[in-house]
Every structure is written in C-alpha cells, then in structure tokens.
Design a protein around this ligand. Structure first.
Ligand code: F6P
Length: 320
C-alpha cells in the first residue's frame, strides 16, 4: 500500500476532524501518501483529491464539522457514478480508502468494492449513534451534551413558569439521542421511533405527578417519533390541562466543539483504520466495544442495528 485517501460522508458529526487528523498522521507515519477527498462520494466521482500531510491537519482537533466537507451524492447512487469513482481512484493510484460516516456511507463503500474499488475501512460517525459494531459513533457524545445543555436551560424556565415543555431532538430512525439526553436531563418522558410507547398510560402517569405537585414536566421527543413533537404536544397538552411550548433543537446538535470522548475516539479509530489497511484488511468498520477495538463487516452496519437498551427507558420512567 502506497497511497490512501480519506473522506467524510453523510451527516457531519463532531469528532470527524479528530479522525481525519489521526488518519493523515498515522498514514504519514506508515510512509504513505495521504489524500483528502472533498465532499464525500461526490468528490470521489469527480476525482477531487487533495494531498494532505501533517501540516494540513494542524489545529483542527477541537473543531466541529469536517474540513473535507460532506454530502449525499445522487450520482454515486448510480452504477455509472460508482464506476467513475473507482476509475478516479485507479487513475490516482489510490489503493486504500478510509471512509468516515454512518451506515449509508458503508453501503456506498460496499458498492464501490463490487465495481473494483480499492481496499476500504470505515469509521462510524453519526450523532444518531445507530451504527452496529461500535458502542459509540463519533459525534454522539458531543450531540448528547449539546442537547442536554438546552434541556437544562428549558428546565429552568419550565420550573419558573410551571409549563409543560416538549423538546425535539434529532434522530429520524434512532432514539439514542432522545433517551440519553432525556435520562441525563431528568425528563419525565421520552418518545422515540423504535421503542413502542404507551401514550395514554404515560399521560396518566404524568397527570398523577402534576396532581401530586410537580411544577414542571419536560418531555423529550426524537424527530422520528410519529408526526414529531408538535403533533405529540397537541395531543398531550390538553389531556394534562397544561399550557405547553415546543422547542426543536435541530441542527444545533450537529455542530460544536467535540467532547474529549469524541476527540479520543476519533484519534483511536483514525489510527486503527490506517493500521487495518496497512495490515491488508478491507471491507470492515473499526469501532470500540467494551474498550476494545473490533472490526465489523460493512454489511453488518446496515443489516443489524445498534439498539438503545430497553432498560434505559424503563429507568427513566421509574425516576421521572
Ligand atoms: O446526522 C444524522 C441526522 O442528524 C438525523 O438524525 C437527521 O434526521 C438527519 O441527520 C438530518 O440531516 P440533514 O438535514 O442533512 O438531512
């Protein structure tokens, strides 16, 4: 292996820059030439490769987003686009690829391999934390803490005004952010797409708490739950006889300086990905599980799911 490239794809996640830095520096340490690909798979199709060395990744470890840019490429979804990406890689004599992103990114990597792409290793990065093969995807810890900061602030005003608040967090198909930020923020209830909720039983539980003197009720809702937080609020509010407000945190959760955990994970997995490529491995995602680095085949990242443990929600209900 002589020349490798690194790209970030899908939704950006805090810690991607820490991973890029680690990939570049580990590559240089191995005596490889390292290239960055602009805007994910779109850049691959267009052959946008930029040489990178130790100096091109200075002072990025603390910054959110990704210096390489990211995106979702319609062109790469086509067989034609996949072929031109493989051709661009061959033309530039790149024989190893590190892909940083979510399960969609690794589906793309499999497609690329099937049209003759180079050896490829993935790093799980998504604030949704739903990549099978890693206890924590890059960006998740930062996003939870960002959501938690907002929940804490809303709690202050909720207590003062005795209002019912709904906070919508990201997670189109995943409740990791909602359950984790909800539990840490002392939410009275959490609703997310993949865990069935007993809505009327929850309302009865909340009504009993309010009647017993609870001054504020804060409910965290994943964006993928039913029709979202506004629809849920319109159903629950009148049934509790409480005035309510809805706050959507949206893309504030995707940005910001990564936490120590996300920076450390980026460093660890960036180096692990390059080491795996150099050792001749391909078609796998590197991830941390119970403090060990494990390698999971690309296919498992979309055929299996990284589920929120059901006991987290039960715990929240017992405490809320
Ligand atoms: O990064 C993951 C995610 O935040 C999902 O939770 C969300 O549904 C989606 O990205 C929204 O991203 P975009 O605005 O790029 O479509």
């Amino acid at each position: 292996m002589k020349r490798i490239a690194v790209l970030t794809s899908g939704g950006d996640a805090p810690g991607m820059n820490a991973a890029i830095r680690a990939v570049v520096r580990a590559g240089v340490e191995h005596g490889l030439e390292v290239f960055g690909v602009r805007r994910g798979y779109a850049g691959l199709v267009a052959g946008h490769f930029t040489p990178m060395d130790r100096t091109t990744v200075v002072n990025i470890v603390h910054s959110g987003g990704t210096i390489l840019g990211t995106g979702r490429s319609e062109q790469f979804r086509t067989l034609e686009g996949q072929h031109s990406a493989a051709e661009q890689l061959a033309l530039n004599r790149i024989n190893g690829l590190v892909l940083i992103g979510g399960d969609g990114t690794f589906r793309g990597a499999s497609a690329l391999a099937s049209v003759g792409g180079p050896a490829a290793v993935g790093i799980p990065a998504t604030i949704d934390n739903d990549v099978f093969g890693a206890d924590r995807s890059l960006g998740f810890d930062t996003a939870v803490n960002t959501a938690l900061g907002a929940i804490d602030r809303i709690r202050d005003t909720a207590t003062s005004h005795e209002l019912l608040h709904f906070v919508e967090v990201m997670g189109r198909e995943s409740g990791w952010l909602a359950v984790s930020a909800g539990l840490a923020g002392g939410a009275e209830a959490v609703f997310c797409p993949e865990i069935p909720s007993e809505l009327d039983a929850t309302i009865a539980r909340l009504r009993a708490s309010v009647e017993a003197g609870k001054r504020s009720v804060l409910i965290v809702v994943a964006e993928g739950y039913g029709e979202g937080a506004h629809a849920l609020a319109a159903y629950v509010g009148p049934r509790l006889d409480l005035d309510y407000r809805v706050t959507t945190l949206g893309h504030t959760q995707r940005g910001g300086s990564p936490t120590a955990i996300d920076r450390t994970t980026g460093a660890t997995l960036g180096v692990a990905a390059v080491d795996a490529l150099v050792a001749g491995r391909s078609g796998v995602v590197v991830g941390e599980r119970s403090e060990n680095i494990v390698e999971t085949p690309f296919e498992a990242t979309w055929s299996r799911s990284h589920e929120v443990p059901a006991n987290r929600l039960a715990l929240l209900h017992r405490l809320g």
